[in-house]
Ligand binder design. Structure first.
Ligand code: BES
Ligand code: MN
Ligand code: ZN
Length: 515
């Protein structure tokens, strides 16, 4: 639910009279359970001997306490105990953060089963993880897990829908400012990622380039950002031959949406470019029918950078952030781009079209060249569902990362790990660039069967010149991402939390990126 209230409270859990009260159970080193509530502890010891609960990470049990308010030990309708697993002491900090997030997702799943609207979670203590971070990651996991896209499910009498939490209370013995901030950080990250999922879930007939433009304008108004939308005429005037070529077969006009956030103090600027392909049919090089409906997700890179701007608008970091979303669909038709055609990009480079289905790089190329020239950022990161080859290489578990700057790549790898969105670097190099050499133009738009993810990046590399640059290929992770309690089926919102983490840490690590 969009408007879930998230509150830190010191009020005794026993007195909480909502739908679900949650206790965490740690697996003690020598065996046995550790729960802060002695009554729950005794229940568990009973069920434990029956072998029904062992407090493994993700394991759950629901109790229905006495409802006799006077004599009952609890006022809540239900008690959920969630296993936290064992702590061996060798877990990395990032693993512990992820364990908190996953437990939050588990809570959301269990709560949805019983349609609990008001819940209270007693926050656990976790080794050397600061309470602030525990609050952050659990809130994030709960809100990411509590995601329901029901807009088009109007008439299913069998499925009385659960729209999500009204209220989530986090119980702690003593609340602090830091803890509240942690909770808020988790909430901002989760809501942004959920917004990205919302955009992705919209089908190609209700999320067009114009919808990206309207969303950009809405964000600009809400968060005092600057929004510029380049339309087809602007693109013609500017010579953006890539995005215009991809749009040729479509009745929907293309848009390039630009959002700028500028901090008060002078600072570095990061440019983000997200592929906003609202439907990819392949064009004249038509895709097979099976699974083509998933190509409405081909705008997940654009959704990620738009959603990031929402979080940036909330947090107002000490770093300039600019997002560009080149957006069009890729359709077949009499006027559509053809194999063999030669196009000219914004920066004058020409490209021979070998396959009209390799369209993402064509629209990103114009956006990259334009953004770099116009904004002269300190670095640029693009994010795109760019190649099926990324799925072949890394499956659905890691986003492919390529780049020309080791420091920027290292920061992204760390941010991905910290946010539970792991990345894996692939190489670039002149041998790969050679694969996209053309007889008749500066390059061609595909490099053959081998190393498809790398040759796509090699194409983009031609447009970034000497600016530190990184490229995230999210084809495998934008949906069907690793099964996790806090990632429901459908679009994952991948990238939003990685980029947010990068932005949050930027100031601390700020030094010029050298190339
Ligand atoms: N949007 C697709 C890539 C994609 C495929 C993303 C499957 C997610 C799942 C992209 O535009 C595309 O079609 N790429 C081609 C490139 C090829 C023609 C060189 C591909 O990967 O097949
Ligand atoms: Mn394509
Ligand atoms: Zn595509």
């Amino acid at each position: 639910m969009e408007s879930t209230k998230l509150i830190v409270t010191e009020k005794k859990p026993e007195q909480f009279s909502g739908d679900l009260l949650v206790y965490y159970i740690e697996l003690a080193k020598k065996g046995g359970f550790k729960c802060e509530n002695t009554i729950v502890q005794s229940w568990l010891e009973n069920s434990g001997t029956l072998g029904e609960f062992s407090a493994k990470s993700g394991e759950c049990l629901v109790f229905y306490p006495q409802t006799d308010k006077k004599n009952g030990a609890f006022s809540a309708k239900r008690i959920l105990v969630v296993g936290l697993g064992k702590f061996e002491g060798n877990e990395t900090h990032d693993e512990l953060r992820e364990r908190c997030r996953l437990s939050g997702g588990t809570i959301a799943q269990q709560a949805a089963k019983v349609k609990a609207k008001k819940i209270m979670i007693c926050l656990p203590e976790i080794m050397d993880v600061r309470p602030k971070e525990v609050a952050e990651c659990i809130s994030e996991g709960v809100l990411l897990g509590d995601y329901h896209f029901l807009k088009y499910k109007k008439n299913d009498p069998d499925e009385e829908s659960f729209t999500g939490f009204e209220e989530v209370r986090l119980f702690v013995q003593s609340s602090t400012d830091a803890l509240q901030k942690g909770m808020r950080a988790g909430q901002i990250a989760a809501l942004a990622a959920r917004e990205a999922r919302n955009m992705a879930n919209e089908p190609g007939n209700s999320w067009t380039p114009s919808h990206f433009a309207a969303h950009g304008r809405m964000l600009a108004k809400k968060y005092s950002l600057k929004c510029t939308v380049l339309d087809k005429d602007d693109m013609k005037r500017l010579g953006m031959g890539g995005i215009l070529a991809v749009n040729q077969g479509s009745p929907e006009p293309p848009k390039m949406v630009i959002l700028e956030y500028r901090p008060i103090h002078k600072s570095q600027t990061v440019l983000l470019v997200g592929k906003g392909l609202t439907f990819d049919s392949g064009g004249v090089s038509l895709k097979p029918a099976a699974g083509m409906e998933d190509m409405k997700y081909d705008m997940c890179g654009g959704a990620a950078v738009m959603a990031l701007m929402q979080a940036v608008g909330e947090e107002r970091p000490d770093l300039g952030v600019i997002a560009i979303v080149p957006s069009t669909d890729n359709m077949a038709g009499g006027a559509a781009l053809k194999p063999g055609d030669i196009i000219t990009h914004y920066n004058g480079l020409t490209s021979e079209i070998v396959n009209t289905d390799a369209e993402g790089r064509l629209i990103l190329a114009d956006a990259l060249a334009y953004g770099l020239e116009k904004f002269k950022p300190d670095c640029v990161i693009d994010i795109a569902t760019l190649t099926g080859a990324a799925i072949v290489g890394l499956g659905h578990h890691r986003t492919a990362l390529l780049g020309n700057n080791d420091e920027l790549v290292a920061r992204l790898l760390a941010a991905g790990e910290r946010s539970g969105e792991p990345l894996w670097r692939l190489p670039l190099g002149k041998e790969y660039t050679k694969q996209i050499k053309s007889l008749v133009a500066d390059m061609k738009n595909t490099g053959g069967k081998s190393a498809g993810t790398i040759t796509a990046a090699a194409y983009l590399e031609k447009f970034v010149t000497d600016t530190p640059w990184a490229h995230l290929d999210i084809a495998g992770t934008a949906w069907e991402f690793t099964e996790k309690s806090y990632v429901p089926k459908g679009p994952s919102g991948i990238g939003v939390r990685t980029l947010l983490e990068l932005v949050r840490k930027w100031k601390k690590e700020e030094k010029a990126l050298s190339i």
